[in-house]
Design a protein around this ligand. Structure first.
Ligand code: TMP
Length: 205
């Protein structure tokens, strides 16, 4: 059976995902893999336009609308980009995927988790990452790293919200082998080494 080369990165805002994704991309390319990186919401024209709406501080968006916008962006990204890339045997690295909706809209905004799971399966055609790196930081580190003057609509959701989101991630990742939980308060080098060790297991090295 062919195993999808599909990796996702998860964690609360300011957990350092982008830095680690760039390092991993480079290491995989050095091994001659084709690597495509996407961010969620976004990654292609329609989804990037949806992202602009979701993150716009001028909009007051209901939780139902917010969830459906994230899911719409995902539907389009999977259909137009991720599925074809996986069929082409490329490595796909996604900065956030289904688990962000569970953590943010489920645990954060208190939308029913079963509903989110069902809708996630629908929009992804049941495609799941093979490995998901959960970069865990606590709220005090998030506070230190953020600049509240440039926060987007989601980042302005408040301390209680992010506490629930982080607890959501801890809960989701606890009982699923797909996840690798990483202490993202460590140095960039330490974290990237830990990720690479896991990738070597994944690649059968
Ligand atoms: P980013 O800043 O990591 O690109 O993500 C955009 C924001 O959207 C971030 O605050 C997390 C949030 N988000 C959700 O609330 N639900 C989702 O399903 C996704 C993909 C992101």
């Amino acid at each position: 059976m062919k195993i999808n080369k599909f990796i996702s990165f998860e964690g609360i805002d300011f957990s350092g995902k982008t830095t680690q994704i760039n390092i991993l991309k480079k290491k995989l390319e050095d091994l001659n893999f084709k690597v495509l990186v996407f961010r969620e919401p976004g990654g292609m024209d329609v989804a990037e336009s949806i992202r602009e709406i979701i993150l716009n501080n001028d909009f007051n968006i209901s939780r139902e609308c917010e969830m459906l916008l994230f899911l719409s962006a995902r539907a389009e990204l999977v259909d137009k980009v991720i599925k074809p890339a996986l069929l082409d045997d490329s490595f796909v690295i996604c900065d956030r995927f289904v688990d962000s909706t569970l953590a943010y809209q489920g645990y954060g905004r208190k939308i029913d988790l079963n509903l989110i799971n069902n809708l996630n399966s629908f929009v992804t055609k049941s495609i799941l990452p093979t490995k998901s790196f959960f970069l865990d930081i606590d709220l005090s580190l998030m506070d230190q790293r953020q600049n509240i003057n440039s926060n987007d609509r989601m980042e302005n959701s408040g301390k209680f919200f992010f506490n629930d989101v982080r607890n959501g991630y801890l809960e989701i990742s606890k009982n699923d082998d797909r996840f690798v939980k990483i202490d993202a308060s460590k140095s960039i080098e330490h974290i990237s080494e830990e990720i690479w060790n896991q990738m070597n297991i994944f690649l059968g090295k």
